[in-house]
Design a protein around this ligand. Structure first.
Ligand SMILES: [Zn+2]
Length: 389
């Protein structure tokens, strides 16, 4: 292992640490019964605005052959607000118009015409400026009143953007704040992380982090409820009830996974100055069909949490090219094809290790030396060589 202080990877740490970081804080809201229905009204209002704006765009195009822009629509809304007033904040009402505008942009780029949103489609309301709401331990927004917040941690500055999201039965507040990053905190240790299916992750030093037991329990519960839902008759009252329960089970799985991700990330950031992971954005190109989208999403969330924690602790997360990480020998660099059932990496050079641990070592090696060198390095060179069997 080279000293990360002198490697090219670590040099850019200084640049990265110089800038302020933007972080999202998530708190549970404790609305009263009246506020709960008010929040639902705000969601419904946003949905209707979205659908009305979509209808207007379609109509206008049909009649005049020209579209309506976000600017046209917000101008019309401002006029309406001036003549009739509105119980809601401007930014809350402009958010669905912005969402529609984004949907249109995506349509022009990739196709997929924007759709009218059904009742359960709208799950969040947002405020993209600092007008019409405030946060002082409670969340106080125009039209909603002051809602209690379970604030389990402090925020570093006045939030600039707020979002309220419905997750199952509960409501959560997301606040975006700016804070100063800490200076680089380098204790000279580095590790590679291979996110897997057999265990949650393997580390380059041979540690395996098992999947969270609580998460497994929660997803078993979810599967049972989904089966119950499949048995219900479409459109029945029973089905609606079971559907609500499935939504709650989903939320519970998400919470369990998030907690596990936070704990694991904290632990890693405490122990290592540099953590190498695979760049999942390009992983899809190289991966077999066995790993499912669910894992991709969960790993993406974990890497995001890990990166955030690393950033505020002055640590570094390096993303490397994932291609062939599980097919490369960390000791000699030889490429050896393995299918997914082969749990042990055993190379002609004499190196043997757990398959995922070997991959973690390749990932670490790439973060420090780059992928090209990993292939050309001969046996016994500066690669992260471990216990040769
Ligand atoms: Zn080898």
């Amino acid at each position: 292992m080279t000293n990360p202080k002198t490697s090219p990877v670590a040099e850019s740490v200084v640049e990265q640490m110089a800038r302020a970081i933007v972080r999202t804080y998530r708190f549970k809201l404790k609305p009263t019964r009246a506020q709960h229905s008010r929040l639902r009204e705000a969601l419904e209002h946003s949905r209707q605005l979205y659908n009305a704006a979509l209808e207007e765009r379609i109509d206008c195009y049909r009649k005049t052959g020209k579209g309506r822009s976000y600017f046209d629509q917000t101008a019309a809304m401002t006029e309406l607000r001036q003549s009739e007033g509105s119980p809601w904040a401007w930014s809350m009402e402009s958010a669905p118009l912005k969402a529609l505008d984004l949907a249109y942009r995506a349509f022009f780029k990739r196709g997929g015409f924007p759709r009218f949103k059904g009742r359960d489609w709208f799950k969040s309301i947002g405020w993209n400026d600092q007008i019409g709401w405030k946060f002082d331990g409670a969340f106080d927004a125009k039209g909603l009143g002051s809602i209690r917040v379970h604030q389990h941690r402090a925020v570093p500055s006045r939030p600039r953007v707020a979002r309220v999201k419905r997750e199952g039965r509960h409501w959560y507040l997301y606040l975006v704040c700016k804070s100063e990053a800490l200076p680089a905190n380098d204790n000279g240790t580095a590790t590679g992380l291979d996110l897997g299916l057999a265990s949650f992750a393997a580390l380059a030093d041979g540690t395996l982090i098992p999947n969270s037991r609580f998460g497994r329990k929660a997803s078993g519960d979810l599967r049972r409820k989904q089966r119950a839902l499949a048995r219900c008759k479409k459109g029945s009252a029973r089905r609606n009830k079971v559907r609500e329960r499935v939504a709650q089970a989903h939320a519970s799985v998400r919470r369990a996974r998030r907690t596990f991700h936070f704990q694991t990330a904290s632990d890693l950031v405490r122990r290592y100055a540099l953590i190498a992971v695979e760049n999942l954005n390009i992983k899809g190109l190289a991966r077999s069909r066995l790993a499912r989208d669910v894992n991709d999403a969960a790993w993406g969330q974990f890497i995001q949490i890990l990166s955030d924690k690393a950033e505020s602790a002055g640590r570094r997360v390096v993303k490397v090219d994932p291609r062939g990480t599980s097919q490369t020998c960390p000791a000699c660099g030889a490429v050896k094809a393995k299918d997914l059932k082969e749990r042990v990496h055993s190379c002609l050079c004499g190196f043997t290790a757990d398959r995922d641990v070997a991959a973690a070592q390749v990932i670490l090696h790439r973060a420090v030396h780059g992928p090209a060198e990993a292939k050309t390095t001969g046996c016994g060179a500066s690669s992260p060589r471990r216990a040769v069997a």
